[in-house]
Design a protein around this ligand. Structure first.
Ligand code: SAH
Length: 302
């Protein structure tokens, strides 16, 4: 089961105590959505690009079925989703980026190297290339670039070369094959603290799902849908993503036609206690902005 990350902080920042409509852009197993409903939210629009995950959300949120509207959608289509529902503005937006435990641990999804299974990695299994197709069709230089950029793997060239050498002899179809290639290609002591396949798997997952593309535009669009006083809360799980969130918030803050205030100069992080209870929270960083009614205080209005 997926344990929602920094749930108390999300509820505190979005403060649904007096009701309101909130968009959970990554509803997943519904953990955050449930907490918002329990705290008083009167409406939740929940999106997820993974249809299998949505089945879980529907189940978890069934006690509030009349308040919940779930859609199989990519959050990058948020404006169209809200338009279709006649929602010009909402009281708050949440995006808890990345993959859920349900996906990572799910059998047959191909996200994890803990099991040998088809190398898929698509969050939305109705569209796009699988990781196996990507590994089969990309040139060596392109693979090295993906693994370097999205995995921050220092030995990306070696890994790419090893992939290309193996695929000449046999098709790479499973997570087990890929993990074995990476472990052989990356030099290091035999007892790694982190499995060396971790970085390459992260890289392929980000590339397969195009996780960073359009994130900046989405943040801009989401912030423009906030009512005055409404907040956008974003939780990211790796530095590539957090960097985009941080920079985009900084740019959005300079737009006087749509005044926003950053609520997190420094990102909030989970408490030690939360990390102890839920190790997957370890790398979480939370950032939030609030829409202001007027152009920045003391700034003399618009
Ligand atoms: N907050 C949820 C867990 C979210 S995990 C909970 O408490 O249960 C992240 C979810 O985001 C995953 O289910 C994943 O499928 C979804 N996701 C990732 N990228 C997405 C995108 N671009 N559009 C919509 N959903 C996305």
């Amino acid at each position: 089961m997926h344990v929602p990350v920094m749930c108390a902080e999300v509820v505190e920042l979005l403060s649904p105590h007096n009701g309101g409509v909130f968009v959970d852009c990554t509803v997943g197993s519904g953990g955050h959505a449930r907490a918002l409903l329990e705290a008083g939210a009167t409406g939740i629009v929940g999106l997820d690009r993974d249809a299998e995950v949505l089945v879980q959300a529907r189940e978890a949120l069934s006690p509030w079925a009349d308040k919940v509207d779930l859609a199989h959608a990519d959050y990058r289509s948020l404006p169209a989703i809200l338009d279709a529902r006649g929602l010009a503005v909402v009281d708050g937006v949440l995006a808890d980026l990345g993959v859920s435990s349900f996906q990572l641990d799910g059998v047959g999804r191909g996200f994890s190297f803990q099991r040998d299974e088809p190398l898929d990695m698509r969050m939305d299994r109705s569209a796009g290339l699988t990781a196996a197709e990507l590994v089969a069709s990309s040139g060596q230089a392109e693979l090295a670039e993906i693994i370097f950029r999205y995995g921050e793997e220092r030995h990306s060239r070696r890994v790419a070369r090893a992939i290309v050498e193996l695929r000449r002899r046999e098709p790479i179809r499973t997570t087990g094959q890929l993990a074995a290639i990476v472990r052989r290609a990356v030099p290091g002591p035999p007892h790694w603290r982190i499995d060396p396949a971790t970085r390459t798997f992260q890289a392929l997952r980000i590339r397969v799902n195009q996780e960073l593309e359009g994130l900046d535009r989405f943040l801009g669009e989401a912030s423009r849908r906030l009512r005055a006083g409404g907040r956008l809360v974003v939780i990211s799980f790796h530095s590539l993503e957090d960097r985009i969130v941080k920079r985009t918030f900084r740019v959005l803050e300079t737009d006087d036609t749509f005044p926003l205030r950053t609520l997190t100069r420094r990102p909030r992080q989970p408490t030690e206690d939360e990390v102890r209870r839920n190790p997957r929270a370890r790398s979480a960083k939370l950032r939030a902005v609030e829409r202001l009614a007027q152009a920045n205080e003391g700034g003399g209005g618009r």
